[in-house]
Design a protein around this ligand. Structure first.
Ligand SMILES: NC(=O)c1ccc[n+]([C@@H]2O[C@H](COP(=O)([O-])OP(=O)(O)OC[C@H]3O[C@@H](n4cnc5c(N)ncnc54)[C@H](OP(=O)(O)O)[C@@H]3O)[C@@H](O)[C@H]2O)c1
Length: 261
């Protein structure tokens, strides 16, 4: 399926996987709406993509601002035309400890990672449904497949997003709209600097991750997980009964310095 001249909106476009994906999409001739709260990061991407001849429009917006998201999407439609593809990349992470539940941070994580996608859909779906076409792509995480150590809030936000998209997928398909849930493993981006623990395995580069996401878009996959090694490890962990899972997590977490499990 060619994406040339289609209009795509990418949230979290200024950094990490969103930024790398914008470069891939621009190379394919996609007309891009770039959204982020990071004005400097967005401005430097805008300069780079305009120099390469891409057709783009940018907006500094917080995905947790529902009315701001509606207004932004309306402006993008005026600037670029009807939006065919949403790629929701904006996300944050943070540590949850039993001695410090970090409730404000937990609320922020749920607002950005879960409600941020809901608000983007709230702004876009009516038009997609009216036109009977569209594609929703959102970055959940393999960390949403089971509760990860030190990551209760992050895992919960990504599990919520996964379930939400899965519920919407069949009825949207009947209306001509595809839904793709992307489940990345560990990718070397600024977000990982705020991760509770650094992964034991080598992290994937954002450019390689972006190529995976592009493949998922072209295939209109329902669920797309990468890299395969992390994806299979999570599948095996998914089969473990709760007691054995707890034992494995406690064993692994006990080796992590400077944090109490
Ligand atoms: N990196 C990984 O290993 C990994 C693994 C699985 C899933 N993911 C998911 O993949 C997505 C992209 O992550 P990434 O690693 O590429 O992260 P990243 O490099 O930190 O990029 C995320 C971008 O989203 C922006 N953002 C955050 N909150 C926002 C808000 N409320 N409104 C608008 N923009 C906001 C960030 O701005 P600020 O810089 O201002 O925060 C940043 O520019 C996230 O949903 C993440 O949870 C990442």
């Amino acid at each position: 399926m060619t994406l040339r001249d289609k209009v795509a909106v990418v949230t979290g476009a200024a950094s990490g996987m969103g930024r790398a994906l914008c470069r891939e999409l621009a190379n394919e001739g996609v007309r891009l709406g770039l959204l982020d709260r990071d004005a400097d990061g967005l401005a430097s991407l805008e300069v780079e993509l305009r120099q390469s001849g891409a057709v783009i429009s940018t907006a500094i917006v917080d995905v947790t601002d529902r009315s701001g998201m509606r207004e932004t999407m309306q402006n993008l439609v005026v600037a670029l035309g009807p939006i065919e593809l949403l790629i929701a990349c904006a996300g944050i992470t943070g540590t949850t400890l039993v001695d410090d539940l970090a409730v404000e941070k937990t609320e922020a994580i749920l607002r950005v990672n879960y409600l941020g996608v809901v608000y983007a859909l709230d702004a876009l779906l009516p038009d997609m449904i009216a036109r009977g076409r569209g594609h929703i792509v959102a970055l959940s995480s393999l960390a949403g497949c089971r509760g990860m150590p030190f990551s209760a809030a992050y895992s919960a936000s990504k599990a919520a997003l996964m379930a939400y998209l899965e519920s919407l997928r069949p009825p949207l398909r009947r209306r001509g709209i595809a839904v793709t849930t992307v489940l990345p493993g560990f990718v070397r981006t600024p977000l990982m600097a705020n991760a509770p623990v650094q992964p034991p395995m080598k992290m994937m580069e954002p450019e390689a991750a972006a190529r995976h996401i592009l493949r998922a878009i072209h295939r209109r996959s329902r669920v797309y997980a990468f890299p395969w090694s992390t994806s299979w490890l999570l599948r095996v962990l998914g089969l473990l009964p709760p007691g054995l899972y707890d034992w494995c997590m406690a064993r692994g977490a006990a080796h992590i310095p400077n944090v109490t499990y």
